[in-house]
Design a protein around this ligand. Sequence first.
Ligand code: ATP
Ligand SMILES: Cc1cn([C@H]2C[C@H](O)[C@@H](COP(=O)(O)O)O2)c(=O)[nH]c1=O
Length: 210
Amino acid sequence: MSKGIFITFEGPEGAGKTTIINLVKEHFQKMGIRANFTREPGGIQIAEKIREVILNKDHVNMDARTEALLYAAARRQHLVEKVIPALQRGEVVICDRFIDSSLAYQGYARGLGINEVYSINEFAINGQLPDLTIYFQIEPEEGLKRIESSANREKNRLDLEQLSFHQKVQTGYEKVIEKFPERFTVVDAAKSVKDVLQDVLSILEKNMNI
Ligand SMILES: Nc1ncnc2c1ncn2[C@@H]1O[C@H](COP(=O)(O)OP(=O)(O)OP(=O)(O)O)[C@@H](O)[C@H]1O
Ligand SMILES: Cc1cn([C@H]2C[C@H](O)[C@@H](COP(=O)(O)O)O2)c(=O)[nH]c1=O
């Protein structure tokens, strides 16, 4: 389908995905390695606007199916505008969250069903699954504690869910990993930033042949 490599980072709140992606970006820049770094929901103007709607703290009455469809819509636009063109040019795309977030959060934690949410996402992604997904494994309590003590992080509507919701997200991810074992690599995200970065870089080096 495409010549590039599509790599996604997944995990619960506060697992350290964004921190590590920023450090990988710095490392790649220093080493002269070319890659596209992006995120979901967002990464392009239309999807960033959908992100604002989904994550707005005032939208407390958003229906779970509406939420799932908005994530899928943002995903579609981001794919066609940014991810697929880069993959077709033969480039590497590293994306903070993708379909597996929808399966864990909307499919399992919101109770819509992993298979049902996969179905609506099949329409959105039209076959474009990641080549590799790096899962940041951490206890939800630990991730939420990190967010709590993060000075410059404003909590969004999903961050504000109860601990029980975030525990279901963790179980949801475990089920998703069972469903796609060949695509996932798990890292211990409870380690120090330095150690997690080292683990992630060695996974990337192996998969990108660098
Ligand atoms: N390995 C680590 N050890 C301790 N603190 C960390 C580690 N990694 C990240 N942090 C801190 O935890 C907080 C959350 O990190 P970050 O924003 O990277 O997580 P995230 O996985 O992107 O979260 P979310 O998906 O909820 O946005 C930040 O304050 C960051 O500095
Ligand atoms: C893609 C995607 C994301 N989510 C949730 C996960 C987080 O709570 C927010 C995104 O915020 P972040 O700081 O960028 O991690 O959205 C989701 O529920 N479903 C999805 O498909």
